[in-house]
Ligand binder design. Structure first.
Ligand code: 5RP
Length: 213
């Protein structure tokens, strides 16, 4: 799938216009996008990054990383996904950066999602759903998620925001918007890795031939 990720990432460069501040996601597909962005770094006004990892990679290429509070709304966000359904609803957070990713997606006019073909599904939920949680709420949120029919497993990971991640196994997500709302309402949940209320706008799938939909 490495080649498919690279193909999707390089295609996304076509959406970058002169003078843009580009929102940049996190993950191995985005890593290819950052490499491609470095080739045209003089053309853009900077980036807003969704993780410390992406920030380090962007800065290593000499690309400016700006504060979202200073930039205002963005025209373009480019990020990957763990699963993508036919409505462009996503599961994200496999890399643990879901909160900053969701903030930038919300602040962006166009979210271009770059995936390899393995990410495409009819129904979301085979990939365990990541949820960022305030540490003191771990057991409360675990109980609530179990009531929803999932099996939450604590990831051995601390987010860039100092929180924990619960990966919820065994969900068949037939109503992504409703489930996103329901999980968001549990006290202690910072972010659920369902991107359904604000899905992707354009999906680039690095298949052979490449698909854009
Ligand atoms: C990180 C994410 C990533 O977009 C997702 O995990 C996909 O990663 P990759 O491109 O490495 O397959 O949501 O939080």
């Amino acid at each position: 799938m490495t080649e498919a990720k690279r193909i999707a990432a390089e295609k996304a460069i076509e959406y970058v216009q002169d003078g843009m501040i580009v929102g940049v996601g996190t993950g191995s597909t985005v890593a290819y996008f950052i490499d491609a962005l470095a080739q045209i770094k003089d053309k853009i006004a900077g980036t807003v990054s969704s993780s410390e990892n992406s920030t380090a990679k962007l800065r290593a290429h000499g690309i400016d990383v700006l504060d979202l509070n200073e930039t205002g709304p963005l025209s373009l966000y480019v990020d990957g996904a763990d699963e993508c359904d036919p409505n462009k609803c996503l599961i994200k957070g496999g890399g643990g950066a879901l909160t900053r990713e969701k903030i930038i997606a919300e602040a962006s006019e166009t979210y271009v999602c770059i995936i390899d073909p393995s990410k495409r599904v009819d129904v979301l939920g085979k990939f365990p759903l990541p949820i960022e949680v305030i540490p003191m709420a771990r057991s409360l949120v675990t109980r609530e998620l179990t009531k929803l029919g999932g099996e939450p497993i604590l990831r051995d990971f601390t987010t860039d925001n100092g929180n924990i991640i619960l990966d919820v196994h065994g969900l068949q997500i037939s109503d992504p918007v409703g489930l996103e709302r329901e999980i968001n309402a549990i006290p202690g949940v910072v972010t659920v890795g369902l991107f359904a209320r604000r899905p992707a706008d354009i999906v680039i799938e690095g298949s052979e031939p490449i698909q854009v939909w």
